[in-house]
Design a protein around this ligand. Structure first.
Ligand SMILES: Cc1cc2nc3c(=O)[nH]c(=O)nc-3n(C[C@H](O)[C@H](O)[C@H](O)COP(=O)(O)O)c2cc1C
Length: 171
């Protein structure tokens, strides 16, 4: 059983997590922008998806490659400012077909956002979002950024991959 990691990343944090998971498991890692990112070659997949504007950044790539993703064991890891919970679940629900979500194991990881690195457009959009946001913590993060990168948070993913490599089943 061979598997691979496919990720998208706008500012590098999802790529960092994908590389950490690759180092810990030995799985090959592909940016979905690369022409050789072909999920059809693998028996199980780890999909790394940042949340940008309330959606999975690589939802279109996932939909384009649906035939080579559905019916395979998939671990979906999201990277976001918001923690796991109903808000994050709703954004995933808006990005992917329900039947696909129900087949995946989801792990929510926290990312990083540095205002100085953002494009002008993203910076403006986050300032506008902050002005409208009623949640004081989310507002602060939108305005001033955050860094919740934590290598140890990949452990549940590494465990599932190793289980799968041994038994062919993700428990
Ligand atoms: C333009 C922009 C929009 C974002 N939108 C959301 C969002 O809707 N919900 C959320 O929880 N985090 C949001 N974030 C935070 C990102 O999910 C977080 O910065 C993540 O680490 C980005 O991943 P990347 O570095 O791989 O691009 C946003 C960040 C940016 C820069």
């Amino acid at each position: 059983m061979n598997g691979a990691i496919f990720f998208a990343s706008k500012y590098g944090s999802t790529e960092q997590y994908a590389n950490w998971i690759s180092e810990a498991t030995g799985l090959p890692v592909f940016n979905v922008k690369d022409a050789n990112a072909d999920p059809s070659k693998y028996d199980f997949l780890v999909l790394g998806c940042p949340i940008i504007y309330y959606k999975l950044l690589n939802r279109k790539w996932i939909k384009r490659n649906l035939a080579n993703i559905e019916n395979k064991p998939v671990i979906l890891f999201t990277v976001s400012g918001a923690p796991g919970g109903s808000k994050l679940d709703a954004w995933i629900g808006d990005s992917l077909p329900k039947y696909l979500i129900s087949q995946m194991k989801h792990v929510a990881l926290l990312g990083r956002q540095k205002p100085a690195e953002l494009t002008w457009f993203d910076r403006m959009m986050l300032i506008i979002a902050a002005m409208k946001n009623k949640d004081p913590q989310a507002r602060k993060e939108e305005l001033h950024g955050f860094d919740y990168m934590d290598k140890s948070s990949i452990e549940p993913i590494v465990k599932m991959v190793k289980q799968f490599q041994l038994s062919g089943v993700i428990a």
